[in-house]
Ligand binder design. Structure first.
Ligand code: ADP
Ligand code: MG
Length: 608
């Protein structure tokens, strides 16, 4: 039987230290949080060798009174709570009174600190929990704490540290995060004698994000400001077009403290559904302010996952907060050509131009991409692959204007005023794909497939029926057994949504009618795609409907490369530019880009 020992204090302290002090970044986090709790307005963080040999945090906070300095380094010594009741109302970042004790047990710590009330400051040195110096000092108000040689007395833990660069990057990430959560504090970060971050501390979140994450990200952000049931949601979220390939730009702060919350992430991502590209994630900086007694912050100090006593209330506030922000703040993506093609000094005069450029240029009479083409695939009578004949109920004389009206009917023209119609000037279409129009002081390039797909999808979602098209001869579609089983179990759903489908047994289904916008599509392909989208036992029924809408919209929409008439182009542009909901296709690709006249003028050197 092994004997039970009560561990000596030094050993139990070392074990406790392991929980708080894992690596330089966890030390820096604790030190900065102490400075914030001390009411600092300016915080400087300096590290060398990834923090392993040297870390310094200097603040202009309240300082520690001379008589209390040694106490700060004792376990469970804290100025932040004094009774059990306080635990329910924790407003400071630290409260366990562990950090300084833990750090000083595994490193060499030096502190200079002075309160306003005292005429002199304190110089204190403690190494591996042993006090080395406790003296008066003429330092300025606030606190400087220097940590040298982390884990100097615990070589086993030293081995777990990674390369300096890795540790340094992880310190930098902590400083970034904390700086963003406190725009009212000015931060400076010095890494191996180089200043790598300074924030203004002017209280403006956007300025802080700009300093930390760079211009490109900061410029793509929309303000969020919302409150529901006592949950305040403030901050910034990115435009759907600027979503990132990873979740690294998702920062949530709870009452000023960085946290990870699955609920917040899910609520934000849900709000971007159908506007962010598949595989991309919104970047955001959100600060949640909620009453202190409704959140359980008593989680492991080194971890950031937070539990809410009412997760649903959080979701219900965050989701509309983001939805609102997106509907108010998202504008069409603008094309900015980063480098002007010519600048003033490169400009040639007419003579130079004739001599240098003209002789070497073969002037081709290229096909005019913007020419008007009125031919259109005859879509009122079309054959599907399995030889059924589809007959459109609408009789169409074969003249372009009438066809365009049908497209217009497809594209639903509600909301468009006469003035809006006149405002838009059709320039043409590039590559049979991008409709180009002029409106006000901008040119818009519209991806006709993406735009039409979004229009149809929105109509379907809003229950604006596209209409049913009966097939003259019903089509029999033979499917794989998986596809067949999926479709048969979803027949009701399909039949409620403008299809008429019947189970024919033995892997076949009969199609008697379709949404009329689908006339002319390959029926076999259509139903395999629908089966594929509906397969899987855990697809929710709302999602199923959404997937059917996606498929119908995508298959019905005008395709890139299809020939489109001028009137169709114009109608499409009118719809797109008069409806802010038509910003992205249902897969999240942008529908249109804007090029401002001023941008062109800048490019051509008309505007300096
Ligand atoms: P906690 O922050 O959980 O209270 P710490 O070990 O981090 O525990 O700090 C112990 C105490 O030392 C704090 O409660 C605070 O009173 C004091 N202290 C630490 N750092 C600072 C600082 N930068 N400025 C003023 N007081 C500080
Ligand atoms: Mg602390």
């Amino acid at each position: 039987m092994p004997k039970i020992n009560v561990l000596p204090k030094e050993i139990s302290e070392l074990i406790a230290a392991g929980e708080v002090v894992e690596r330089p970044s966890s030390v820096i986090k604790e030190l900065i949080e102490n400075s914030i709790d001390a009411g600092a307005k300016t915080i400087t963080v300096e590290i060398r060798n990834g923090g392993i040999t040297y870390m310094r945090v200097t603040d202009d906070g309240c300082g520690i009174a001379n008589s209390e300095v040694p106490l700060a380094f004792l376990r469970h010594a804290t100025s932040k709570i004094s009774s059990e009741k306080d635990l329910d109302f924790i407003s400071t970042l630290g409260f366990r009174g562990e950090a300084l004790a833990a750090v000083s047990s595994v490193a060499k710590v030096e502190m200079f600190t002075k309160t306003k009330a005292e005429n002199f400051g304190t110089h204190y040195i403690i190494e591996g929990s042993c006090e080395v110096l406790y003296d008066e000092d003429g330092c300025s108000d606030g606190t400087t704490i220097i940590i040298r040689d982390l884990f100097f007395n615990t070589p086993a833990r030293m081995k777990f540290l990674k390369k300096d660069t890795y540790e340094g990057n992880s310190v930098a990430a902590i400083v970034d995060r904390i700086a963003i959560s406190h725009p009212e504090i000015s931060f400076k970060f010095i890494r191996d004698n180089k200043t790598t971050l300074t924030t203004a501390g002017d209280g403006n979140l956007k300025n802080t994000v700009y300093s930390v994450m760079g211009r490109e990200f900061a410029n793509a952000l929309i303000s969020v400001d919302y409150e529901l049931n006592g949950v305040k949601v403030n901050g910034l979220t990115c435009k759907p077009i600027s979503c990132k390939p990873s979740r690294n730009y998702q920062l949530t702060f709870l009452n000023g403290r960085f946290v990870r919350s699955g609920t917040v992430m899910a609520a934000v991502e849900q709000a971007y559904k159908n506007s962010a590209m598949v595989g991309k994630y919104p970047g955001f900086v959100l600060n949640l302010t909620i009453p202190f007694d409704t959140v359980d912050v008593n989680v492991h100090p080194a971890k950031t996952e937070v539990r809410f006593s009412d997760e649903r209330r959080i979701f219900e506030a965050v989701y509309p907060a983001i939805k609102n922000a997106l509907s108010l703040g998202d504008t069409r993506p603008e094309i900015k050509i980063s480098k002007p093609v010519f600048n003033q000094f490169e400009r040639m005069n007419v003579e130079e131009y004739r001599q240098q450029i003209l002789p070497s240029t073969e002037i081709k009479q290229t096909k005019n991409d913007f020419s008007v083409k009125t031919e259109r695939i005859n879509f009122n009578v079309a054959k599907s692959d399995n030889k059924s004949i589809l007959v459109d109920k609408i009789e169409l004389p074969d003249i372009p204007v009438k066809k365009a009206e049908v497209i217009e009917a497809k594209i639903k023209k509600e909301n468009i005023s006469e003035e809006q119609l006149e405002e838009i000037l059709l320039i043409g279409e590039a590559f049979n794909t991008y409709v180009v129009v002029q409106k006000g002081n901008s040119i818009f390039m519209i991806d006709k497939h993406a735009a039409h797909e979004r229009i149809l999808y929105n109509s379907l979602k809003k229950n604006i029926k596209i209409g049913i098209q009966a097939l003259l001869v019903p089509a029999t579609v033979t499917l794989s057994m998986d596809e067949y089983n999926t479709l048969v179990s979803n027949i009701d759903l399909l039949n409620e949504n403008d299809f008429e489908v019947e189970d024919f047994g033995n892997g076949s289904i009969i199609i008697r009618a379709l949404p009329s916008s689908l006339v002319g599509v390959n029926i076999n392909d259509l139903f395999s795609e629908i089966a594929d989208k509906l397969s899987g036992s855990n697809v929710l029924s709302v999602d199923k409907l959404d997937r059917i809408y996606h498929t119908v919209a995508c298959r019905s929409a005008i395709k890139a490369g299809n020939i489109t008439s001028d009137l169709e182009r114009l109608n499409l542009a009118k719809r797109v530019l008069s409806d802010d909901e038509i910003m992205y296709c249902p897969h999240g690709r942008p529908v249109a880009f804007e090029i401002k006249k001023s941008e062109l003028e800048r490019q051509f050197g008309r505007l300096q």
